[in-house]
Design a protein around this ligand. Structure first.
Ligand code: ADP
Length: 200
């Protein structure tokens, strides 16, 4: 299996890149944000619970997200691999993911950290707000999500750096160029079993 995590600030393009990588390498794309939005659309009990957090730009509690992700990941364990998009988002989630994978005797191979500067994130988000129809794509909620990212998610960089799994990718270039860089790093990993340590 080739198991990847992708994370970065809101609007960094991780959803787009995940879909492209999944297609290229035949991986299963597991997006925690999409799983939650599906529940909201269905109007399920879980959907109503999580909507409270999402519309405010806050993280859904770890317990809820862990249950939901595990339940979906279990069915994907015999696939070519999984790309976890938007999960983990807290240190606790990262530790729990490691435990989950260890129990299933599978490995997390690489963690893609997308780097995009704040001005560009803001431009993209205001640009996508009209099409996405997402309640959390507003200026005010964007600011909250940025703060949440910096406080709760950015620490994953250190956690996965210590594991020598982090690949830092600048997400400022056009979509195709960013995908090409990530693919190059994945191919390098598969050949040499090592993750590039410099920003690509
Ligand atoms: P984006 O990449 O645009 O920031 P996502 O689609 O990944 O957005 O997530 C949207 C929202 O769903 C988050 O702001 C958060 O409220 C919730 N969410 C998604 N994944 C997680 C997670 N792993 N832990 C907690 N909340 C999450």
């Amino acid at each position: 299996m080739l198991n990847l995590v992708i994370f970065g600030p809101p609007g960094c393009g991780k959803g787009t890149q995940s879909a492209r990588i999944a297609k290229k390498y035949g991986l299963m794309h597991l997006s925690s944000g999409d799983l939650l939005r599906t529940e909201i659309e269905k109007g399920s009990k879980l959907g109503m619970q999580v909507n409270h957090y999402i519309e405010r730009g806050l993280l859904v509690p770890d317990g809820i997200i862990l249950r939901k992700v595990y339940k979906n990941a279990i069915g994907l364990i015999n696939s070519a691999g999984i790309i976890f998009d938007g999960f983990p988002r807290t240190l606790i989630q990262a530790v729990m993911l490691d435990r989950f994978l260890k129990k299933k005797s599978i490995k997390l191979n690489m963690v893609i950290h997308m780097l995009v500067d704040r001005g560009e994130l803001f431009r993209r988000l205001t640009g996508r707000a009209e099409d996405s129809g997402r309640v959390d794509d507003t200026e005010q909620i964007f600011r909250v999500r940025m703060r949440v990212y910096e406080k709760q998610t950015h620490c994953l960089k250190e956690y996965y750096s210590d594991q020598k799994k982090i690949l830092q990718v600048s997400g400022m270039a056009p979509v195709e160029d960013v995908s090409a860089k990530i693919a190059h790093a994945i191919d390098h990993y598969r050949e040499k079993n090592e993750v590039f340590s410099n920003v690509i």
